[in-house]
Structure formats: C-alpha cells, structure tokens
Write a new protein. Structure first.
Length: 292
C-alpha cells in the first residue's frame, strides 16, 4: 500500500491507499502534540501500520509547508513548524523508519499533483494550481509533469512583485501579492481577522466586501503575470478562498479578460479546486504513485 502524509503547522494527517490510489483509511493529530520531528515520524509509522493491517507500506509521499529540497528530502526553514530545526532531513528520517522510499514535496506542489490526477485538472497537460488562504502559493504542472524549479521553489506567486513601491512584505520586498492579499495583510487592512472579513463580505457588508475585492484584484494581477509566463490551459484555485468563490471569481479573472495581449484564443479556464480539504492527502498519495 501507499502512505500519504499531509504535514501542516496545526495538523498532521496520514492516509493509506491501495496501489491504484483509493484511500482506505485516514488518521490525524495536532502537530504540536507530537512534539519534535522524531515524535511525528513515530506517530506516522504507528498509524500507517495500524491502518494498513497486514499489508506492507511500499512507498510514502509527504507534503510539507514551506520550501524543501525534493531530491534530498530536506525541509528548509519550515515557517509554520515552531521549534523544529532549520534544516530537517525529514525524508531520510521517514525512509529509515518505514524501510521504504519517501517522496517529499512542497504542499502547494503536491496539491497541484492531486488536482491534476484526481480533481479539476484531470486530462490537462499545462495547469497552475493556486492556493489562496493565509498565504498565497502555486504549483505548476507543465507538459504533464510537476515543475518545482532547480531549488524546489518555483511558483512562489505570493512573492511576485506587483508594485515595487507597494506595502512591505514579510519577505523583505515591497508590493508582493501577499503584501496585499494574504490573510495577515487583509487582517492588517481591516483591523480584524481575515476569516471575519470574508464572512462579513459574504454577508454583504460593504467595507469588508471592498477589502476582499481589492485583494482579489491583486491576486488577479498575479494570475495575469502567471498566464504570460507559463501559458496554462487551466488555473485551479484552492485554499480557503474556495468558500468565498462567488465574491472573488470575477475580480480574479478580470485582469486576464481585460488584457489586450492575452487574446481570447489563449485565455486559460479559471476554476475552483475539486478536492477541498482532502487535496493534501490525495496529492501526497498521488505524488508517491507518480514517482514509483
Ligand atoms: Zn514577499
């Protein structure tokens, strides 16, 4: 069987799946409750064995938050995993514990793989999966394969500069997409948590709606840049924004539709992700399957 692990700062989940990708069982825990990386590895091993029963775990896919080297399985400065070491060889640790190959990847990249193989992007060779939640990132499928870049950090849409004189981003640059539209930036502009701003906007509150629409317009500009860079057939939007899709869809699409340069015959389709909260687990399982 295959194990897929979705590691987040708040929660870690593991699925075991048949060789064809059908998920047979899932377990989850709060990440801080597992203590250090060794505790997390032990939890994964115990739960994978319990869920797999008499079957062997033949390979493992794992999606991690933040940058990683997918060739060596090293997690680099995980921003959401407090107290974990800055360079963590999580892939080799899991591989040693399980005695099986481990395929590690960035969570946005693996979400792209999940949507490509099991979700909204089935049958599409060139697509961008864009996640917009607390952070903004993307995963690129080009010519049918995941494109991670030479250092595993391709598709950092959140730090694409939209205006060099714009607001300061935590990355040190000005005017990044995240400086306008991340959960933190929306909360800063609104003076209350981003989840409340989106809820108020869905309820029709004009001030909240204006903030959400401005943020969506900025993300739309980033999408236009993405279209000019990689010419995807499809853009799949995932993350928390899918709950407010009706509020943002038109604003996200507008810069592409209004660009005289992106002619109608080369406009990508813009759709909402299909896998919802399962995308991380499905992506991890599919990443292991794709690499076998
Ligand atoms: Zn930035």
């Amino acid at each position: 069987m295959i194990a897929g692990i979705d590691l987040g700062g708040t929660q870690v989940r593991i699925a075991v799946a048949d060789p064809d990708g059908t998920v047979r069982g899932v377990a989850k825990a709060r990440t801080p409750d597992l203590g250090d990386p060794a505790g997390m590895v032990a939890w994964c091993l115990a739960n994978a064995r319990r869920l797999a029963g008499e079957h062997e775990i033949e390979s493992i896919g794992i999606g991690v938050p933040g940058p990683c080297d997918f060739r060596t399985g090293v997690l680099v400065n995980p921003p959401n995993l407090e107290g974990w070491p800055p360079l963590l060889p999580l892939g080799p640790m899991l591989s040693e514990a399980f005695g099986s190959p481990v395929y590690l990847g960035n969570d946005a990249d693996l979400a792209a793989v999940g949507e490509h193989r099991r979700g909204a992007g089935r049958g599409v060779d060139d697509l961008a999966y864009v996640t917009w939640s607390t952070g903004i990132g993307s995963g690129l499928i080009l010519n049918g394969h995941l494109y991670s870049g030479s250092h595993g950090s391709a598709g950092e849409l959140g730090h694409m500069v939209l205006d060099p004189d714009g607001p300061l981003c935590f990355c040190g640059m000005r005017g990044c997409t995240e400086a306008y539209a991340s959960g933190h930036s929306i909360a800063r502009d609104a003076g209350r948590p981003a989840s409340e701003v989106f809820a108020a906007a869905r309820g029709g509150e004009p001030a909240a709606l204006a903030i959400v629409e401005r943020a969506a317009s900025k993300v739309g500009l980033a999408l236009l840049n993405l279209v000019n860079l990689v010419d995807p057939e499809l853009i799949v939007m995932g993350g928390g924004i899918t709950e407010s899709w009706g509020l943002v869809e038109a604003r996200l699409a507008a810069p592409i539709l209004e660009s005289p340069f992106v002619t109608a015959n080369r406009r990508p389709r813009l759709v909402r992700a299909e896998l919802g909260t399962e995308v991380g687990l499905v992506g991890a399982v599919e990443w292991a399957r794709a690499r076998e």
